[in-house]
Design a protein around this ligand. Structure first.
Ligand code: FDA
Length: 393
């Protein structure tokens, strides 16, 4: 005999917990199932342990999807201010770090605690360490078969996230269920992930491992101005993570180091005022020393400033601010913060996240083909899509 509830939510992550709160507040009997030992594990490790829980500028333009309009409805109905109101009602200290990114003052665990308290107040049941064996359609709902027994429900919300960080329990479960019920998938790939370099270039850049610099990184018409970090594996830092979601294998990216610095003006002034200086000495005033040295060597410059033509200086500046480079690949799901692609939004109702052809079946959060930029946008999507489904299921 199955136990009966109104709504089963599979996945006690950010999206699943928010959906549970909303459905529970409507008086629905809600059961949340998860195979992990603890809820909200990705929240716990997010934002370096302080959870970048939203971004005050979040809007549809900050998301990648085959249908860029899909996210508009859910994002408009649950805004960053709505989430912030919850955070403040629970007296969780927060601050804006940069670019509208809101973080907890103390710990990401405060956000998990807040969600669990809200779930409890809404009479939501949470059952962890539960393996889902099957999701079956019945006449008027679904049967969820697990290693802890079966549950009958009217609505089922799939909130199992994407494939990123498999060692934390990420699975392709949502995609399997989508396929089972005839929904289309947009091909998945790792997003917000460090990029790797071919061995020759990696060897050449090894001297720069650990160096960070402000940069504008572009791919086609998309550009991000944030920090760039050279690593032992290739390129990382926020600017690279952002562009990685747009980059495809075989594509080039362009690096502009310190894009707001007028290197040509600085070099010309230095040549006029003290031409016997080494070029790297001048650049070191504006770039990390190792990077300045590498750039001068890469441009093949061996003479002091006074002996360099304007053409040579322009060539050097272009190698700093129009540095075209072809990444070999990415570090993959092992380190990716998110999974691009997923359940095709053309098969979902944008207002409720319900499958158009399967009444009662909902997909939310990262499992759906809506992926945010780095900076709190992915949690905002999890909250907003969870809110939408929780009000409908
Ligand atoms: P999420 O992955 O959070 O939850 C899915 C749940 O489903 C998990 O509890 C999992 O155990 C469960 N599950 C999976 N398969 C299952 C199965 N087969 N059976 C039962 N349960 C199953 N975003 C942001 O906005 N700000 C930030 O600061 C960060 N920082 C960050 C750091 C790191 C290291 C990572 C990896 C990611 C981030 N992110 C982020 C991204 C953010 O964590 C992510 O987008 C959301 O957690 C997605 O929420 P979901 O609820 O959709 O999935």
């Amino acid at each position: 005999m199955s136990k009966t509830v109104d709504v089963v939510i599979i996945g006690a992550g950010a999206a699943g917990m928010m959906a549970a709160i909303r459905a529970g507040q409507r008086g629905r009997r809600v059961l949340v199932l998860d195979h992990a030992k603890a809820p909200g594990e990705k929240i716990r490790i997010s934002g370096g342990g302080r959870c970048n829980f939203t971004n005050i500028h979040a809007g549809p333009k900050n998301y990648l999807s085959a249908n860029p309009h899909f996210a508009k409805s859910a994002l408009a109905r649950f805004t960053p201010q709505d989430f912030l109101a919850m955070v403040e009602a629970h007296k969780i200290g927060w601050h804006e770090k940069t670019l509208g990114q809101l973080f907890c003052d103390d710990s990401a665990k405060d956000i998990i605690r807040m969600l669990l308290e809200e779930m409890k107040a809404a009479n939501v049941k949470l059952q962890l360490q539960t393996e889902i064996e099957a999701v079956r359609k019945t006449g008027d709902g679904f049967d969820i078969v697990t290693n802890q027994g079966a549950f009958a429900c009217q609505s089922v919300i799939i909130a199992t996230g994407g494939k990123s960080i498999p060692k934390m329990g990420a699975t392709g479960f949502a995609y399997k269920i989508a396929e089972q019920f005839g929904l289309s998938l947009i091909e998945t790939r790792p997003g917000l992930v460090p990029l790797t370099l071919e061995p020759g270039l990696l060897g050449e850049l090894a001297v720069l491992a650990g160096v960070a610099v402000d940069a504008s990184i572009s791919h086609g018409k998309t550009a991000f101005d944030e920090a760039l970090l050279f690593t032992h594996r290739g390129l990382s830092g926020p600017a690279i993570l952002q562009i990685s979601s747009y980059w495809r294998e075989g594509d080039h990216i362009t690096l502009s180091l310190q894009p707001d610095t007028d290197f040509l003006g600085i070099l010309k002034t230095a040549k006029r005022d003290n031409g016997r200086q080494a070029v790297q000495t001048v650049l070191s005033g504006h770039l990390p020393k190792r990077l300045a040295q590498y750039c001068v060597e890469r441009a093949g410059i061996t003479k002091p400033l006074a002996d360099l033509s304007d053409k040579a200086l322009i060539g050097l500046v272009e190698s700093l601010q129009k540095w075209v480079l072809k990444p070999a690949g990415s570090e993959g799901y092992r380190t990716a913060e998110v999974t691009l692609g997923g359940v095709d939004t053309k098969d979902l109702e944008s207002k409720t996240m319900q499958a158009k052809t399967v009444p009662g079946l909902y997909f939310i959060g990262e499992a759906v083909d809506v992926t945010g930029w780095l900076g709190g946008y992915n949690f905002q999507w999890a909250w907003a899509s969870g809110h939408a489904a929780g009000l409908a299921a």
